[in-house]
Design a binder for this molecule. Sequence first.
Ligand code: 2NM
Length: 345
Amino acid sequence: MRADLERIRHDALADLDRCADEAALEEARLRYLGRKGELTAVLRGMREVPEAERPAMGELANTIKVEVEERLAAIRRRLEEERLAKSLAEERLDVTLPGIRLPRGRVHPLMQVQEEVTGIFVAMGFEVAEGPDIEDDYHNFEALNIPRDHPARDMQDTFFVSEDRVLRTHTSPVQIRVMESRQPPLRVIAPGAVYRQDDDVTHSPTFHQIEGFWVDERITFGDLKGVLSEFLRRFFGPGTRVRFRPSFFPFTEPSAEVDIGCVLCGGSGKQADGAACRMCKQSGWVEILGSGMIDPNVFGFVGYDAERFSGFAFGVGVERLAMLRYGIGDIRLFYENDLRFLRQF
Ligand code: 2NM
């Protein structure tokens, strides 16, 4: 018995000393001190030891048990410290390193212009309305006094979604929807995307428009001239020259196109080197707005009394405003999302 105990003590301490990690240590603990461990078995077999030897054997067994447990605890502490030191060395976290910079987005130049124009009209008492991009024939054409055989309805110009649904070719249908649902006095602008079968350096199949109208009793062509001149001078600068030319739109009568003095050549028609100005083609003027007094037929469609009410309406292209203001010659630059272009605004 004594020899057995001395051997277990020797083997157990040697085994514990050899353990290189905590898993091996746990295995060794079970081998000697576990429920089926060698030392546990000896302590359990104590009943069969002759009574005279029992106290001495019991004491020895207990001493060995305590010794093995203490060695185990010491080695476990050492292995834990080693594990901690290793993870501190390997998993170092430098909280002074700079973070990952998230790129910051910004407002697209077209939307900047749209917001600026909207702000000018809101300051003059207009409210903002929106409507669907897909319109029915009635709101996009019929109620705007655009007759069945008008070229604007041609497949060449309009994107048809079905027999009588189109991608809106202007934002005027938004104005129609507002007039259908509310009575004058009304001052409304409708900014938004519009769609036409057009594609070159100055035309894009998707572009943006701001259309507006003012309807009340006794609104005159003088109101049209005053509001639109004021808008153009707030947008292009107080010295901007403005002129109104007779024109034609199905939904207005009379109609006028509005020009501003060329922003590139200052109205001289000539570049600095004497060559013809490329922006105004030597005329000194560039077209910027369409406008007119709303045709009584349109009032008929929306149920307004054309004897009592009158109004003016206008439309302006957001891309065109941006191209003139910033001297951009190719509309496609707005849609390519080249950050070198976009970052300049
Ligand atoms: C333009 C030119 C002239 C216009 C007309 C209307 C409506 F719905 F009130 F009749 N909205 N916009 C209009 C008039 C648009 O764009 C060149």
